[in-house]
Design a protein around this ligand. Structure first.
Ligand code: 13P
Ligand code: SF4
Length: 324
């Protein structure tokens, strides 16, 4: 027999610090419908740390950074995987689950990094640097992954680069992640010119102003931020690493130099920490809503497909990463 489903009403306590009571009624119908559909369809909802709290805390089964979502996508028993995140994440889930239905609620949930490079760009880099291994950030299309030796995320980039035993590595497409990793290793890194439109906007001056306005604030930055920003932060790491940092160190006051929803989601777990909230919105992540998650489950849309030959090669690059 099935255990009883949670209801929206029973979930509000969890998010009351970040969702005002006046906004909550707008979410309850969709939450209840999604929880029912999720069970009926034997679906699992994976949500990235940048999803809004009503998605992240109320309907997601699995939450995390890109690395955690890829790992968990590999081990799901569900028939349907709904990716509350952006398109490359849904493609990665499909690569790891070729026989499952993978749905993305909005096909236009893209990524400026994924858009910054094509498969033929990678082939050109290989021609220009013969024999140099290619490490590709997961924030890329399956076609780009297929041209790569191995993938990485911000959570494992250093370990992946150092696992290759090569003196030089091509690291695509995020220039800032590549430069931030180069600062931590003796391996020579050849970078591309892609940038995350959210993180490239933070500046060292932002950090200085924050430190002045909020004395003793702990500054955490994502490694997609420019190296000058990372240099002035107290810690840099993936979204999961930032969240762990708050849990382990419990700073009295913290600012996360990253996407806006991240602070809300972490704040729910740590009422004792004051979150200072200058942040930049990711318009792609914000395309995912409760309404389109519900529609995804009701209408089986949008089914993510990857060409079988491309998928075979791309999967190898992702699996090599997961083995590191
Ligand atoms: P991580 O969650 O892997 O740190 O990545 C952040 C990001 O920008 C994903 O789009
Ligand atoms: Fe892409 Fe940046 Fe948005 Fe992440 S936050 S999905 S890297 S544009």
């Amino acid at each position: 027999m099935h255990s009883s489903l949670p209801t929206a009403a029973s979930l509000y306590d969890r998010v009351r610090r970040v969702i005002p009571p006046i906004e909550w009624p707008a979410f309850t119908d969709d939450i209840d419908a999604i929880l029912t559909l999720r069970r009926e369809r034997n679906a699992v909802i994976l949500a990235h740390n940048y999803q809004t709290p009503e998605i992240f805390h109320c309907v997601a089964d699995i939450v995390g950074d890109s690395l955690a979502l890829a790992r968990r996508a590999m081990s799901t028993e569900a028939d349907v995987v709904v990716l509350a995140g952006v398109h490359f994440m849904a493609e990665t889930a499909k690569l790891l689950n070729p026989d499952k239905t993978v749905l993305i609620p909005d096909l236009d949930a893209g990524c400026s990094l994924a858009d910054s490079i094509t498969a033929s760009d990678v082939r050109l880099m290989r021609q220009r640097y013969p024999g140099v291994p290619v490490v590709t950030y997961v924030n890329t299309s399956a076609a780009v992954k297929a041209e790569s030796d191995i993938c990485c995320t911000s959570g494992n980039a250093l370990a992946v680069v150092e696992s290759l035993g090569a003196p030089r590595v091509i690291m695509l497409p995020d220039e800032y992640l590549a430069r931030n990793i180069a600062a931590q290793t003796k391996i020579e890194i050849i970078a591309w010119k892609g940038h995350c439109e959210v993180h490239e906007r933070f500046t060292p001056a932002d950090i200085r102003e924050l430190r002045q306005a909020y004395p003793n604030v702990t500054v955490l930055a994502h490694p997609e931020c420019p190296p000058e920003v990372v240099a002035e932060a107290d810690f840099a790491g993936s979204t999961a690493a930032m969240s762990d940092y708050v849990g382990r160190h419990r700073p009295a006051r913290v600012v996360l130099m990253t996407e806006c929803s991240m602070s809300d989601n972490v704040a729910v777990e740590h009422p004792e920490v004051e979150f200072v909230r200058p942040c930049n919105l990711c318009p792609h992540m914000k395309r995912i809503t409760l309404a389109n998650i519900r529609a995804a489950l009701e209408r089986n849309r949008h089914v993510v497909t990857v060409d079988a030959e491309v998928a075979g090669r791309a999967r190898l690059a992702v699996e090599r990463m997961l083995a590191v």
